[in-house]
Design a protein around this ligand. Structure first.
Ligand SMILES: [Mg+2]
Ligand SMILES: [Zn+2]
Length: 163
């Protein structure tokens, strides 16, 4: 059997783009952070790069899936121009006050489990970089090592924690 893949899961706001204090609602407010070299390094080490993000703003009607798609296209395209391929985006469109509970809103591990299943990933060789305790909790629940950073902290500062 071929070896399983390994991945670095990435939270979105505060990791790939600037944390704005709440869900980013407009494309104009979406500011991509310069983590190009660090993510290129992880890619070169053989990791798939997968985004896992809570988007409860969808449940609240603050923006549409189409607008969210534009932000993610911009993110994917900008990183691609710097030689970094973001393989996929997993997002939770729910919010407990609007849509009830779900299995994917972090700290639940659902988004990571989706990625693990879709890309045949070995969680024991994989990581989740996030700027909230709930990211680390979701990682732990999925069997992935969580790495907590400060919001907008460069990913280059935690590369040494990743094999
Ligand atoms: Mg975040
Ligand atoms: Zn959900």
């Amino acid at each position: 059997m071929p070896a399983k893949n390994k991945a670095v899961f990435l939270d979105r706001d505060g990791v790939l783009n600037q944390e704005m204090g709440d869900y980013v609602r407009r494309l104009e407010d979406f500011h991509i952070l310069d983590n190009f070299e660090a993510l290129k390094t992880l890619q070169d080490r053989g990791y798939l790069l997968l985004v896992a993000t809570n988007q409860g703003g969808l449940a609240k009607g603050w923006y549409t899936e189409e607008e969210l798609g534009k932000m993610h296209s911009l993110l994917k395209q900008t990183y691609r121009e710097h030689g970094v391929e973001i393989t996929d985006f997993f997002y939770c469109p729910h919010h407990p006050l609007f849509t009830g509970d779900c299995d994917c809103r972090k700290p639940k591990p659902g988004l990571l489990l989706q990625g693990i299943a879709k890309y045949d990933i070995d969680p024991a060789q994989s990581y989740f970089i996030g700027d909230r305790e709930r990211d680390v909790e979701a990682g732990t629940a999925a069997g992935v090592k969580g790495i907590l950073i400060d919001s907008d902290q460069p990913i280059s500062t935690v590369l040494h924690q990743i094999a």
